[in-house]
Design a protein around this ligand. Sequence first.
Ligand SMILES: [Zn+2]
Length: 418
Amino acid sequence: MMDTNTALGIAACVLISIATACSDDHKNTQRLSNGGDLQSNSKTLPMHYYEEFDPVNQNGSELLSRRKRSGLYGFYDFQHYPFYEEIEAYLKNLAHLNNDVEFFTIGKSYEGRDIMAIKISNGASGNPILFIDGGIHGREWVSPTSALYAIQQFIVDRMKYRWLYNIDIVVVPLLNPDGYEYSRTHDRMWRKNRSWNRYTGCMGVHLNRNFDIDWNHSSQVRDPCKETYAGPAAFSEPETQALRDYFNAHGSRIKVHVTIHSPITAIMYPWGIAGYRLPWNQNILECLAGNAASAVKSKSKSDYRVGSVREILKKISAGSSIDWTMIHEGAKTSFALELPGKYPNGEYNFQPAERYIVYIGEQAYAMLKVFAKFTQTEECHNTKNHYPKQKPRVNPIIHKTQNTGDITWDWLKMKFQG
Ligand SMILES: [Zn+2]
């Protein structure tokens, strides 16, 4: 635990660092220092921001010149989508500047990149953990930027909110660095990781189908050349292994697991798997997701839908991280945040204009603060739910699945009822 003077000094240091990085953009400096106030931005940005598209990102040379401008000196300005090296420099710099921030890695990607992580902690052992990961899908660029934005805001807000001192916040902003870099340099819509399939020559596994929970459940995930490929075995990929190993080591302390995606504008919770029953903790999941949606809605006009993965996506998504972490590793609750993005014609847009990186990051942060509070209190009381209300939820029986390896449906049903 640090004393107040140290804390304030470090806060100032963070803010000064950010201000230095953004000195050519006064407005941005103000935004970054305002503690995540969505309202202040919503006055200056059109509410249909996610319908905008910034073609400058399609141009590689633009990207390179931006990289030089913002530099690899450890200050990410949230005004462009960063390269892996920029993310690395930024995270290391935050850890360097703040006593309570630790940079570490949870493993290496298929191509050998570090899977980087940040822990914000007072150092006490046994603190409850809020675990956040971003960038499991390469093309969803506002996911890692929002995770980075949340790291910064949590560091700043710890100076204001004492309760944030009593939890550990662990963030893996880029779980799939190979897929992300590939989507930046070769194929904008690349989603999988970059592992090589020796039988087909095709590349990549859909990492969010590779977890050992009803893995490989349908024929649609068995073709290595498709973007839905679940991999040759559950946990065949180094990226999912890294997450698994972290949860194996710390699962009992993790009160909330949040994985950040885009661009559906929804807050989803288990189950993605087929099954009979709602989760045993359905009330808590619904309460927290509702409060998170309200937290955004009270400060912006964005309507996040709330529901189970099956409900929102209207299909089975087996082998996903949030189902696995909640069932297997004792994460008390788990959520997938789907950040916004749409073209005017209604199609999904994986690349909101760069001037909305902060705005979307603030939406993510407003939701993550709700989850942080639960990490500390383990209680959820419904705030005014002004998110769009849906019909009472009854998960339909979609199909009967068989034994899933080390867990069976009997075991699962027991868990559902318990
Ligand atoms: Zn995704």
